[in-house]
Design a protein around this ligand. Structure first.
Ligand code: AMP
Ligand code: ZN
Length: 112
């Protein structure tokens, strides 16, 4: 998708990738809401979790596996971290390319 910022970053900004493989890459969020705020982004343009096909189950689990690996690399695996996928308007999804947030490095606000 030519007009998708995450597709563009995946294709052209390899120097910003903290991790990269054939299925996904990881960048730092441009507007971090925690000291560690990473985005795990599939290379395939899937607009949202809702749009993911059941056949992409393996890809979804890969994103979580890489998130766990990145949390370890960022040294937040012992203090704790949060994984977030914003789905749609009510969740405030701002980029229509599926991504997994990895948040840590501080006490995160309770969800409820
Ligand atoms: P979401 O609200 O779940 O769609 O999250 C989108 C995230 O992408 C936000 O936290 C933005 O700060 C982040 N973001 C948008 N553009 C960029 C960019 N060019 N580089 C890194 N992060 C970005
Ligand atoms: Zn895209």
């Amino acid at each position: 998708m030519d007009d998708c910022i995450f597709c563009q970053i995946g294709q052209t900004q390899a120097d910003t990738h903290l991790y990269s493989d054939e299925r996904c890459f990881v960048i730092r969020d441009i507007a971090p809401s925690a000291p560690t705020h990473l985005l795990v982004i599939p290379r395939q343009h899937v607009t949202s979790l809702q749009a993911a096909d059941p056949a992409q189950e393996v890809l979804l689990s890969h994103l979580i596996t890489i998130a766990e690996q990145m949390a370890r690399q960022e040294q937040v695996h012992q203090s704790g971290y949060r994984l977030v996928i914003n789905q749609g308007r009510d969740a405030g999804q701002g980029v229509d390319h599926l991504h997994l947030h990895v948040l840590g490095g501080k006490q995160l606000p309770p969800l409820g």
